[in-house]
Ligand binder design. Structure first.
Ligand code: SAH
Length: 420
């Protein structure tokens, strides 16, 4: 005897887990409040054809409607709304209304998720964590807190880069069995290893070869798998242009041999990072390339020093320039005289060496010498140093303080926007 179906001795039957391929398939969502707001994005992400039935909508759902991402029928549910649906999500508070939807779904044999009553539902939504192509879905046997706790533990494993599922690179892009690998140009962020993007970090954990710049946070490299080949691009023993050719050659050669190569670059790959040249070199060789933007030091270094590059009523623009060539250098592409006429924020990268000449040119062309200015050295790292000064004095004070690269110089009233 196994006992009465309702008795506690009877174990609940096991669930049958599935991954639903919803692309282009109708999913009915009944309700337009907080629950629907939370459920709809994952349905849209799966490509579902979402029909939402509800007299009212939250602003977030309204935004999906306005953008044409889902169809909204502004009234209460009627059973005909289920026509053509593969799945229904009930997201209404009123238990009678919810029961009417699940009864109609039951009659038509459409699986029904009920946020208000798990026992009345014919399908349960799991707690989910996504890591690129890998989706982990956890069902807690009817206890959502248990599911979330297990999910969080699994997510932590991914974040710590532990576990066998992280030791195999995941193929994406070119079909399996082709000898051609691929390259990702990944922005590593400004210095704090936590400021790499989630996608950049994931690709890093999947790489066979990592080609890293000098400004890349060392801790990110410290955590690479032992079998990953690490190429230190800053140690390539030629002048800058030969070194770039050599880097391009390494990217192409390793990818041709079938490797997944991550080209890890400080900040954002396209902000004074020569990422464009690397992309062109790979493209010319027929190697697929992905670009993963990064948090650029031009915004992040000021930010962590308490300087917003724009601030309401203070600056409506920010301009990022390279100061690696002095203003009078024949190869300079920067119109310093025009920059001197701007009121907004000026952020100079690679400008410490030429700082005296740069500020001299700005002042000579009309930017007031008492404009606030700051230097942020090694922003977002443990060695960060910040100097606040004025345009007229910043070069001398930076020299006296012994500030050195990498540093950004920020000019404009935003330097004091949060300080005063
Ligand atoms: N692609 C990078 C910039 C490369 S150029 C980015 O988007 O951040 C290198 C220059 O960036 C350095 O000379 C310095 O001016 C600036 N820089 C990079 N990291 C920095 C940091 N942590 N703090 C301050 N400046 C930084």
């Amino acid at each position: 005897m196994t006992g009465h179906p309702e008795s506690p001795q009877r174990a609940a039957p096991n669930l049958y887990p599935l991954g639903l391929r919803l692309a282009g398939r109708r999913v009915l969502v009944v309700g337009g409040g907080a629950v629907a707001t939370r459920r709809v994005p994952a349905l849209l992400d799966a490509g579902a054809d979402v029909l939402l039935v509800s007299p009212e909508l939250t602003p977030a759902l309204q935004a999906h409607v306005d953008a044409g991402r889902l169809h909204w029928v502004p009234r209460r549910f009627t059973p005909d709304d289920l026509d053509g649906a593969w799945l229904v999500q009930v997201a209404v508070d009123d238990p009678l209304a919810a029961a009417a939807v699940s009864a109609a779904a039951q009659e038509r044999r459409i699986f029904c998720v009920r946020a208000d009553d798990r026992r009345a539902a014919t399908a349960w939504t799991p707690a989910v964590t996504r890591h690129g192509p890998v989706t982990v879905a956890v069902l807690g046997g009817g206890d959502p807190r248990r599911a979330v706790a297990a999910r969080d533990a699994i997510r932590a494993l991914f974040e710590e880069r532990k576990g066998p599922f992280l030791t195999h690179p995941v193929e994406e892009g070119p079909p399996v069995n082709t000898p051609v690998g691929r390259v990702a140009l990944v922005g590593a962020g400004p210095g704090d290893p936590e400021l790499i993007t989630v996608k950049g970090w994931r690709l890093l954990t999947e790489a066979d070869v990592v080609v890293a710049d000098r400004l890349v946070p060392g801790l990110l490299l410290d955590e690479l798998r032992p079998d990953v080949e690490l190429v230190d691009a800053s140690k390539i023993p030629y002048g800058p242009s030969r070194a770039q050719e050599e880097i391009n050659r390494i990217l192409v050669d390793r990818a041709r041999a079938g490797a997944f190569v991550v080209r890890l670059k400080g900040g954002d790959p396209y902000v004074f990072g020569r990422g464009g040249e690397e992309l062109l070199a790979c493209a010319a060789a027929g190697i697929p390339v992905t670009v993963v933007p990064g948090v650029t030091s031009s915004i992040a270094a000021p930010a962590v020093a308490g300087i917003p590059v724009t601030h309401r009523g203070v600056a409506h623009e920010f301009t990022v320039v390279s100061g690696h060539l002095a203003p009078d250098h024949p190869a300079s592409l920067v119109n310093w005289a025009a920059l001197a006429g701007l009121r907004g924020t000026l952020v100079v990268l690679m400008g410490l060496k030429n700082l005296a000449a740069i500020v001299g040119t700005l002042v000579a062309h009309g930017r007031p010498a008492d404009t606030p200015a700051a230097v942020v050295q090694e922003g977002t790292t443990g060695s960060q140093r910040v100097l606040r000064s004025t345009l007229g004095r910043v070069a001398e004070e930076a020299g006296a303080a012994g500030l050195r690269p990498p540093a950004v110089v920020v000019v404009g009233d935003v330097v004091h926007a949060l300080a005063d």
